[in-house]
Design a protein around this ligand. Structure first.
Ligand code: FMN
Length: 327
């Protein structure tokens, strides 16, 4: 059975959006935004703040498991923090070797480590040894920093370090998020490693999903921005029916927006919340003209109550929380 995973997306797919997207169905698990491990032992509150799902069996309200992602470069500190996190019984611990952000990379984290496969192996090995065997340790990597020269070495190093599954985002750090994507490199990695690979990068539609599987030979696929731009994408893939977003889908998405909006307001300040909804609507415009209409309605809104008024004008009610678990 092929698996579909919701990607970690810092500043975008927080617990609120994870809850809404996984409630729509189709995901086997999701991954949190990264937690940065530096010099200290992070308190449990740091993990539960990022992943409140840890308090509910490491699952979203609809029951989708959640893995927690760690980012760092020091094997011993990563291991100590992973062991501390393991006490909260996460569904899995994922290691980030893909983040291209300059601030993170300057501190030797994320994709900046991709020219040091031996370090990748030490980090993976130290974390694996520190965490009870029942908790999967997985990793997510890009193909390299400037080029793909060490992509195979990195994947082999992570396998040797003991990671159980590997997500490959088919770009180098230098590629950033340019549309060019190197799916063929996932296939090449698949020829040299034995561990399960999960293909990731530029899957926006059902057709892309089939293309990435054919190009990479992977059964399993991770969806990132495409999952946000079309909240029903995973379910649409599973259903095997109409492959394109439709006007009928929008009715369901309106309800999702209402739930999202009430949850976001409960979480962030009234001046921060409008940006969160605009961010999501901005991405949905790719698939839904109705999202564009809604975006225009609230574009000038700076405060939560102005957004609520705009949504009400277009007939969107803010659902209360109970609705989300049963959707
Ligand atoms: C806003 C944003 C934040 C991201 N944050 C993370 C992160 O915290 N950890 C990670 O491993 N990847 C992160 N990524 C990368 C995604 O998980 C994914 O690999 C990338 O978006 C490519 O997949 P896509 O083309 O399906 O979006 C992020 C991507 C975006 C767009």
């Amino acid at each position: 059975m092929s698996r579909i995973v919701l990607a970690p997306m810092e500043g975008l797919a927080d617990d609120v959006l994870r809850a809404v997207l996984t409630a729509a169905g189709g995901y086997d698990w999701c991954v949190t935004e990264f937690v940065r491990v530096t010099t200290t032992l992070l308190p449990h509150s740091c993990f539960t703040r990022l992943s409140p799902e840890l308090k509910t069996g490491s699952r979203t309200a609809s029951g989708t498991p959640v893995r927690i992602q760690l980012l760092g470069s020091d094997p011993a500190r990563m291991a100590a923090n992973a062991a501390h996190l393991a006490l909260l019984d996460p569904f899995g611990i994922d290691l980030n070797f893909g983040c291209p952000t300059p601030l993170v990379n300057r501190n030797r984290g994320g994709a900046a480590l991709l020219d040091e496969p031996e370090l990748l192996q030490r980090i993976a090995g130290a974390v694996r040894a520190a965490v009870p065997p029942a908790i999967p340790v997985t990793a997510k990597m890009r193909l390299g920093i400037e080029d793909t020269g060490r992509a195979l070495d990195c994947a082999l190093a992570l396998e040797a370090g003991g990671v159980q599954e590997l997500v490959v985002h088919a770009r180098t750090k230098a590629d950033g998020y340019r549309p060019l994507v190197r799916w063929e490199w996932i296939a090449r990695i698949g020829e040299v490693v034995r561990l399960p690979l999960i293909a990731n990068g530029e899957v926006w539609t059902v057709a892309d999903y089939h293309r990435i599987r054919a190009a990479t030979g992977c059964d399993d696929v991770m969806l990132g921005r495409g999952a946000v731009a079309d909240p029903l994408l995973a379910r649409r893939i599973r259903a095997g029916g109409d492959p394109d977003p439709s006007a009928a889908d929008w009715d369901e998405i309106r309800a999702m927006i209402g739930i999202f909006w009430s949850r976001v307001q409960a979480k962030v300040t009234p001046t921060q919340s409008p940006g969160r909804l605009k961010q999501w609507l901005g991405m949905m415009q790719r698939n839904y003209p109705q999202a564009e209409r809604l975006f225009r309605e609230i574009r000038e809104a700076r405060r939560a109550e102005e957004v609520s008024a705009g949504l009400a004008r277009l007939g969107i009610r803010c659902e209360r929380d109970a609705a989300i678990a049963t959707t």
